[in-house]
Design a protein around this ligand. Structure first.
Ligand SMILES: Cc1cc2nc3c(=O)[nH]c(=O)nc-3n(C[C@H](O)[C@H](O)[C@H](O)COP(=O)(O)O)c2cc1C
Length: 100
C-alpha cells in the first residue's frame, strides 16, 4: 500500500532538510510535533552504493516516525537501483528522489 494513501489530507509533514532532519531531530519532532510523515535528509546514492557506511546514519529512524521516507539524490541509475533495494530492506515506507 502506498504510504501517501494512508495519510489524511491535507498532509502536514516534516520537510527534508539537509543538516537539520537527522535522526535525533526526527525523533524529537515525532514526539512533540507529530507530523503526518517524516523525511530524512537527502543522501547521495553513489556514496551509499559504494559502501560509505557512515552515510547510513542518515537512514537511522525510530518506529514513531512512521510513515518515514528516505530522500536520496544522485546521477547514476545503477546506484539509484541499489539504494532503492537498500531502502526497502531497511523498512522505509517510501523513497523520495530529490531532483534538484
Ligand atoms: C536548511 C534547509 C535544508 C533543506 N534541505 C532539503 C533537502 O535535503 N531536500 C529537499 O528536498 N529540500 C530541502 N530543503 C527544502 C525544504 O524541504 C522545503 O521544501 C523548503 O524549505 C520550502 O518550505 P518552506 O517554505 O516551509 O520553508 C531544505 C530547506 C532548508 C531551509
Amino acid at each position: 500500500m502506498n504510504a501517501w494513501n494512508k495519510i489524511l489530507k491535507p498532509v502536514i509533514g516534516l520537510s527534508p532538510m539537509d543538516g537539520v532532519t537527522d535522526a535525533p531531530y526526527r525523533f524529537i519532532t515525532a514526539k512533540y510535533g507529530c507530523p503526518d510523515l517524516h523525511m530524512t535528509e537527502f543522501t547521495n546514492v553513489e556514496g551509499l552504493s559504494r559502501g560509505a557506511v557512515t552515510m547510513l546514519d542518515a537512514f537511522l529512524y525510530d518506529e514513531t516516525e512512521r510513515p518515514v521516507i528516505a530522500q536520496v539524490y544522485g546521477s547514476e541509475v545503477e546506484s539509484f537501483y541499489k539504494v532503492a533495494m537498500m531502502v526497502c530492506e531497511l523498512g522505509f515506507d517510501g523513497i523520495d528522489i530529490n531532483m534538484g
